[in-house]
Design a binder for this molecule. Structure first.
Ligand SMILES: O=c1ccn([C@@H]2O[C@H](COP(=O)(O)O)[C@@H](O)[C@H]2O)c(=O)[nH]1
Length: 234
C-alpha cells in the first residue's frame, strides 16, 4: 500500500477540493470523509480518483451487520484503497463489512483494505470512562478493539500514535495502525486530544499517518505537506 501521509480533504465541496489539489504536482494519498462525501456523494470519489490520487474513504460505518454489509458491497464498486467501520459496532458487524466488501469488489480488482476505528483521537481516557462507561484504561480499550478487529479478519485499525506500538506487539506488524491526530511541533491541536508529530508517529509504530488541518490550514499547504512528508519518511 501507498505509505505517503494521507491528506484529509475536509472541505465543504468539490470546488474547494479541486482548487486545493491543483497546487500539488504529484499523486497523493487523500482521505475523503463525511463532510465532503455527504455533500458530493460518490462523484467526488470518482473525480479525485480520475486526478490520479489514492483514496481512503473515511465514512466510519456503524450500524447493524446487514446494513453495513450492504453498504460496503456498494462502496466496493468505487475502487477506493482503504475504507473503515467503527469497531464498537461489534465483531458480527465487522465480519459483515468484510463480506460485503469482498462480494462487491469487481473481479480482477484488488479489494480495499478494511480497518476499524478504535477510540477516536479526539477522545480522552476520562471522557471515555465517564461517557462510554468503559472501565478500562484508554490503552486497554484500544487494544481490546484492535484484537476484536483482528479476530473479525480486518486489515487494521485507526488509533492514535500513542497506542500504535502496543497494537503491533499484540496484533502483529502487518496489522495496519492508521493514525490521525498528527500535528507539527507547536501546532494547534484543535479538537484532537491524542496527538503526535509525523516523526513521532514514525518512531512509535504508525503504519500510515492522516494529516488534515496542519496542511490544509497552513499558509502554504504545499510547503507544510513537504515538511510532514520529510519528517514521516526520514
Ligand atoms: O480517530 C479519528 C478518526 C478519524 N479522524 C479523521 O482524521 C482527520 C484528522 O484531521 P486533522 O485536521 O488533522 O485533525 C479528520 O478528517 C478526522 O475526521 C480523526 O481525526 N480521528
Amino acid at each position: 500500500m501507498n505509505t505517503k501521509p494521507i491528506l484529509a480533504l475536509d472541505f465543504p465541496g468539490d470546488t474547494e477540493v479541486v482548487n486545493f489539489l491543483k497546487h500539488f504536482n504529484e499523486p497523493l494519498f487523500v482521505k475523503i470523509g463525511m463532510e465532503l462525501y455527504l455533500q458530493e456523494g460518490p462523484d467526488i470519489v470518482r473525480k479525485v480518483k480520475d486526478l490520479g490520487h489514492d483514496i481512503f474513504l473515511d465514512l466510519k460505518l456503524h450500524d447493524i451487520p446487514n446494513t453495513v454489509g450492504s453498504a460496503m458491497k456498494g462502496l466496493a464498486k468505487l475502487g477506493v484503497d482503504l475504507v473503515n467501520v467503527h469497531a464498537a459496532g461489534g465483531r458480527p458487524m465487522m465480519e459483515a463489512a468484510l463480506e460485503g466488501l469482498e462480494a462487491g469488489t469487481p473481479a480482477g480488482r484488488e479489494r480495499a483494505a478494511l480497518i476499524a476505528v478504535t477510540q477516536l483521537t479526539s477522545t480522552t481516557e476520562e471522557q471515555m470512562q465517564a461517557e462510554q462507561k468503559i472501565a478500562l484504561s484508554l490503552q486497554e480499550s484500544v487494544l481490546h478493539y484492535a484484537s476484536l478487529t483482528k479476530q473479525a479478519g480486518l486489515n487494521g485499525v485507526v488509533c492514535s500514535v500513542h497506542e500504535a506500538k502496543a497494537i503491533a506487539e499484540v496484533c502483529g506488524e502487518d496489522f495496519l495502525r492508521v493514525t490521525p491526530g498528527i500535528r507539527l511541533a507547536g501546532g494547534d491541536a484543535h479538537d484532537q486530544k491524542r496527538i503526535a508529530t509525523p516523526d513521532g508517529a514514525k518512531r512509535d509504530g504508525s503504519s500510515l499517518i492522516v494529516v488534515g488541518r496542519a496542511v490544509t490550514g497552513a499558509q502554504d499547504p504545499v510547503a507544510a505537506y513537504k515538511i510532514v512528508s520529510e519528517l514521516w519518511e526520514a
